[in-house]
Design a protein around this ligand. Structure first.
Ligand code: SAM
Length: 326
């Protein structure tokens, strides 16, 4: 089986595929005014997704993450999960979701073939959660997480974006939460995007500062698995849960990059903060274009840069993460 290798020796077993740019939340750091449709043609259809994943599986993609926008807004999500899971070579299908539709649909998604789940949960306090996300859905999200934990997923992970002055005092509450729960929490350092520069200046909180608090409380860094993503994961013998830190501004963050992205309109993005997209949609209209699709993916990978330009304030063409699939 072929494997994609770029000019810096990195391999790419992991595709993040956005299914929609639409989102029902108004997260203060992402889409504070809510999703605004722009009248452009729609998002990839089920058939296009199937052909796309078949192409990526042929070049060695083993893990597909479905994201957005909010992917659970797709009425055909269960059918998409089933179609992705049927592609030879695909071993893991994960979903990143804001979680408010979990109580209604998570069993169906699991039955369709979903193997892992990431749920965004920026605060353990329902009033703060509502203030950050613009949506008072804390109870549904918590209920959904509890249900998901009974369904035998390979992993149920929670994502919390670290926000100075908004949720940076919640580490003790998170530790209580993780004491008896077999869950991985990921703290994500706020990333600067095209639209959130003033917000970033106000609320950016360095992941290293939180990491120091963890070390001071007796948490230790776990050895990195060979196929691990960018999170540095900490554990503590008194806690069942684990805490990961995703620090995009840290040295060497890009050296371990193992993922490519495709937007909801079928553009390949080599980097979350890249300057260009590579249109694939024209090659998703017929099964006959499979070889051309594989060739385009393989040749374009040569253009992947060594790292993002966030340190220089260069956020590329990404106005907010909902536009690309964060
Ligand atoms: N709607 C889904 C969700 O809430 O998980 C999937 C898409 S959302 C863009 C994916 C993740 O990106 C969420 O955990 C969200 O909190 C995070 N995110 C969005 N904008 C971000 C930013 N500027 N910096 C860091 N994380 C961000």
């Amino acid at each position: 089986m072929a494997t994609l290798v770029d000019g810096f020796g990195r391999t790419f077993p992991y595709l993040r595929l956005s299914l929609t740019e639409a989102c029902n939340y108004r997260c203060s750091y992402c889409l504070p005014n809510g999703y605004q449709a722009d009248g452009r043609p729609g998002f990839l259809t089920l058939e296009e997704v199937r052909r796309l994943v078949r192409g990526f599986a042929a070049v060695g993609m083993r893990k597909i993450r479905l994201t957005g926008g909010e992917p659970s807004l797709r009425k055909d999500l269960a059918s998409i999960i089933a179609a992705v899971s049927a592609q030879p070579g695909v071993q893991k299908i994960a979903l990143t979701t804001n979680g408010c539709l979990l109580p209604r649909h998570v069993r169906l998604w699991r039955e369709a073939g979903l193997t892992a789940l990431n749920v965004s949960l920026d605060s353990l306090q329902s009033a703060r959660f509502a203030a950050i996300t613009g949506h008072d859905r804390f109870d549904e999200v918590m209920e959904g997480i509890e249900i998901a934990q009974t369904l035998g997923f390979d992993a149920v992970k929670l994502n919390a974006v670290l926000l100075r002055g908004l949720n940076d005092d919640e580490l003790p509450a998170w530790m209580d939460f993780l004491r008896g729960r077999d869950v991985s929490l990921r703290f994500i350092e706020l990333m600067r995007t095209g639209d959130n520069q003033a917000y970033f200046e106000r609320h950016h909180y360095r992941a290293e500062a939180l990491e120091q608090q963890l070390v001071d409380a007796g948490w230790t860094l776990r050895p990195r698995a060979a196929d691990a993503g960018p999170a540095r994961e900490y554990a503590h013998p008194d806690f069942r849960g684990r805490i990961g830190i995703i620090a995009p501004y840290s040295k060497d963050f890009c050296a371990g990059c193992n993922r490519l992205r495709v937007t909801a309109r079928g553009d390949l993005r080599l980097c979350l903060f890249g300057d260009f997209g590579i249109p694939l949609r024209a090659l998703l209209q017929s099964d006959d274009d499979h070889d051309a699709l594989v060739a385009r993916i393989a040749t374009q990978l040569g253009l992947k840069a060594a790292g993002h330009g966030l340190h220089q304030g260069n956020t590329g063409i990404t106005p907010h993460l909902a536009s690309i699939g964060g």
